[in-house]
Design a binder for this molecule. Structure first.
Ligand SMILES: [Zn+2]
Length: 125
């Protein structure tokens, strides 16, 4: 957990609220909060102003392991989504472990996917 997230927990403020108050894009802010990307100086300035903090660049860092997992999940989602265009079920090679990532597409368009490796990629979109 980075310092910003610690302070947000302490102040009981959620990313959506912080996004509204700082007028920072929620997708971008969410990555900053979750150590997936670095903020720029302007973003730090706005966050500090809203939360009344004095965070600096050095208080932020990227959690590489988390970032890798996040990127693999995105990759997996794109692979499954592409493969499922004309099918209701199937499997693709899991980007995290190379085993089978099986999926089922429901009539309402939702896709449920799970890798055959335990505790690997799993999502419902
Ligand atoms: Zn896997």
């Amino acid at each position: 957990m980075n310092k910003l997230k610690e302070k947000m927990v302490e102040k009981n403020i959620y990313t959506r609220e912080l996004s509204e108050k700082t007028r920072l894009d929620i997708a971008r802010l969410s990555k900053i909060v979750n150590s997936l990307r670095m903020p720029n100086l302007e973003e730090i300035k706005r966050i500090n102003k809203v939360l009344n903090l004095s965070l600096e660049m050095k208080d932020f860092k990227i959690d590489q392991e988390r970032k890798n997992k996040f990127n693999q999940a995105i990759k997996a989602f794109n692979l499954v989504y592409e493969d499922a265009k004309n099918k209701t079920k199937g499997s693709v090679s899991c980007p995290a472990c190379d085993k089978r990532l099986n999926y089922v597409k429901h009539y309402n368009g939702h896709i449920w996917a799970q890798c055959e490796t335990e505790n690997c990629i799993k999502f419902m979109q």
